[in-house]
Design a protein around this ligand. Structure first.
Ligand code: NAD
Ligand code: UDP
Length: 411
């Protein structure tokens, strides 16, 4: 393998990375990338290894020995500090991060995203180890616009702007000298925009609040004790191996994130459920683009330390309804089966998620800092990333779903 160079033309020394949550969606893609393209070693920590088992197979693989799996729960395992000490860098991905859990399991959500991360931060700080911690775009919360009355002219203005891509939007606002005036309404992922959560009984915000507090703690460890940290705020990274298909490789009564919910509906030829009309907006980025950004952070510490990076694709913004429509079209193409006559159905959030659910209305990542520090930009369009992802979903699950749906004949 040729020596890898950093963005400033210096050779990159092979390093050992302690990756907590390596067996999850993002972890599995990051491990794959590190094994295939770099000389770095990975200590992979998780309670599950299914999504990385293809990397852990014995000696025949070219990276044998460079990735070692440690099955452990960071809540209660004395091996954690030793593993962090053995590594040059710790990446913390471990979390409960599916919205269906935030209002139904708020205690587990808060413990997982705040309390359980505390020893990781402490051990990194005490042992002078670098930390890349995964937070979330959800720390930005809701837009100010979402609190305005439905008939407010400001809301209409915000809606008008939302039809533009973020760059066009910023350019237009700058031209008219109105960035300050309007940014609070529309530029949700701007680094200076306020973080606005719903009230306490809207337990949806337990996750965002716990993530925000751990961000503040890490930032304070940096300021007071010199911890070298980078915080990542992912904006809806999606792709193969995300979550699970209920009843196939996850519990049938559990609700995964939207990509897996809609994939499950498409595979089972059921209408896609639009929560509260599917009006919320999201920007989706392909996992493989996002992993390129993480690798740049890993290999360019001088440019990444002390920064908080939004990682998303501002050009891939859709409403959830538009996402459902596009996924329906893409799935018809990749499966060769026509879509249903009524491909979507409306459902209330109370019915779908239960009491205490609330939603982020809009999230667009401000890319200024990641552009400036790492020169990173996402490449993949929403159509293309859905095509490769739904091809994977169809190939992986269609047969299993067919079998599970064949009802035993009553004797
Ligand atoms: P994931 O659920 O697929 O992965 C998390 C992994 O952490 C799982 O494999 C889980 O088993 C492991 N884990 C959880 N608690 C653990 C514990 N106590 N001990 C050991 N392992 C534990 O989620 P993901 O999508 O890969 O997300 C990774 C991180 O990125 C999370 O911190 C999440 O909040 C953040 N994030 C992701 C997205 C996204 O778009 N995927 C968006 C916002 C934030
Ligand atoms: N959603 C939906 N139908 C589903 C699953 C989710 O309409 O079957 C909506 C959900 O209410 C939210 C958006 O899709 O507005 C994205 O949900 P996801 O679970 O991916 O997480 P979030 O982006 O809210 O963190």
């Amino acid at each position: 393998m040729a020596t890898r160079m950093d963005l400033d033309g210096r050779p990159i020394k092979p390093m050992t990375i302690c990756m907590i949550g390596a067996g999850g969606f993002i972890g599995s893609h990051l491990c794959e990338k590190l094994m295939a393209e770099t000389p770095h070693k990975v200590l992979a920590l998780d309670v599950y290894s299914d999504k990385i088992k293809h990397l852990l197979e014995p000696d025949s693989l070219p990276w044998a020995g460079r990735i070692v799996f440690h099955r452990l729960n960071i809540k209660h395992d004395s091996r954690l500090e030793g593993l962090i000490k053995m590594a040059d860098l710790t990446i913390n991905l471990a979390a409960i991060c599916t919205p269906a859990d935030y209002n139904t399991r708020p205690l587990d959500t808060i413990y997982s995203n705040f309390i359980d991360a505390l020893p990781v931060v402490k051990y990194c700080s005490e042992n002078n180890k670098r930390l890349i911690h995964f937070s979330t775009c959800e720390v930005y919360g809701k837009t100010i616009g979402s609190f305005l009355p439905k008939d407010s002219p400001l809301r209409k203005f915000s809606g008008f702007f939302s039809s533009y891509s973020q760059l066009t939007l910023v350019n237009r606002l700058q031209k008219h000298g109105r960035v300050g005036e309007w940014s609070g309404y529309v530029l949700v992922g701007s680094y200076t925009s306020p973080c606005i959560f719903g009230s306490i009984e809207k337990q949806r915000w337990s996750y965002a609040c716990a993530k925000q507090l751990i961000e503040r703690l890490i930032y304070a460890e940096g300021a007071e004790n010199g911890l070298d940290f980078t915080i990542v705020r992912p904006f809806n990274w999606i792709g193969p191996r995300m979550d699970f298909i209920p009843g196939i490789d996850g519990p049938s009564e559990s609700v995964p994130r939207v990509l897996a919910c809609f994939s499950n509906n498409l595979l089972r030829r059921e209408p896609l459920k639009l929560v509260d009309g599917g009006e919320s907006q999201r920007t989706f980025v392909y996992i493989k683009d996002a992993i390129e950004a993480v690798l740049l952070m890993i290999e360019n510490p001088d440019r990444a330390n002390g920064h908080i990076f939004n990682v998303g694709n501002p050009n891939n913004e859709v409403t959830v309804r538009q996402l459902a429509e596009m996924m329906t079209k893409v799935y018809a193409k990749v499966s060769g089966k026509p879509s249903l006559e009524s491909p979507t159905i409306d459902v209330s959030s109370k019915e779908f998620y239960g009491e205490g659910y609330d939603d982020s209305d809009k999230r667009i990542p401000d890319m200024t800092i990641i552009n400036r520090q790492l020169g990173w930009n996402p490449k993949t369009t929403l159509w293309d990333l859905l095509e490769s992802t739904l091809t994977y979903q169809h190939r992986t699950y269609a047969e299993a779903i067919k079998k599970s749906m064949v009802k035993p004949i009553a004797s």
